[in-house]
Design a protein around this ligand. Structure first.
Ligand SMILES: CC(C)(COP(=O)(O)OP(=O)(O)OC[C@H]1O[C@@H](n2cnc3c(N)ncnc32)[C@H](O)[C@@H]1OP(=O)(O)O)[C@@H](O)C(=O)NCCC(=O)NCCS
Length: 188
């Protein structure tokens, strides 16, 4: 399937608008990364100075246009302020997309990621032609685990050496939801 999702494509949820990232998000992205422990559950390491933030943004836009990477800013629909980020990366297995996300620490625990991830999963199955959506979380990351469970994912396997943080291996669990499971869950 050829994937053409225009850069101005948005996903509306009850409280958020998911839209393509913009340079205006950077102060909020930088602010999120300054909270202690914010990056510990993610493979991504934030740049150390403001100039380096522009390359990940360019990579997101390139990946979007190539149909390989769809990173959305979760924004307040009125102020357009960034609440978080959520994205799909195409894997090397046909029809399998990997989901990743974060919520700005000031907006965590308000149900935003459950809301955004639910909408993204619909986008993945309906627009990206996904057959399986997968995600991984560091074993200690209870918030991520709970979010993935709430959107219908189930455990696939334990990964003892998932990624490294500060030179130490982090253990993780891989979760997934199939298209059929999502259809049953959402009465489609
Ligand atoms: C994981 C994360 C995205 C969740 O975002 P969020 O917007 O706070 O999620 P929600 O408010 O939708 O909450 C989802 C569930 O997680 C639970 N939860 C939130 N924080 C929690 C915590 N610290 N410990 C245990 N459960 C937690 C919520 O209570 C909710 O479950 P419930 O409805 O049964 O009570 C957020 O904690 C985050 O950005 N963490 C840092 C980055 C990160 O680790 N990303 C994931 C990498 S895999």
């Amino acid at each position: 399937m050829e994937l053409v999702i225009p850069l101005n494509f948005t996903i509306e949820t009850a409280r958020c608008r998911l839209r393509c990232p913009s340079i205006d998000d950077l102060p909020y992205v930088i602010s999120a990364t300054t909270y202690a422990g914010f990056n510990d559950g993610m493979q991504w390491e934030p740049p150390t100075n403001v100039d380096e933030f522009s390359e990940p943004l360019a990579e997101n836009l390139r990946g979007w246009e190539m149909g390989e990477l769809f990173t959305f800013t979760i924004a307040d629909p009125v102020s357009d302020r960034l609440i978080g980020r959520i994205g799909f990366r195409r894997t090397n297995r046909v029809g399998v997309w990997n989901l990743g996300f974060w919520t700005h620490p000031e907006d965590q625990g308000k149900g935003y990621m459950t809301e955004a991830a639910t909408a993204m999963i619909t986008f993945g199955f309906e627009r990206l032609g996904a057959t399986i959506i997968e995600a991984s979380y560091a074993l200690w990351n209870k918030a991520s685990r709970r979010t993935l469970e709430k959107v219908g994912m189930r455990l696939v396997r334990y990964i003892p050496h998932a990624f490294q943080k500060r030179g130490r291996w982090i253990e993780a669990n891989k979760m997934e939801i199939t298209k059929r499971e999502w259809e049953i869950r959402s009465n489609r």
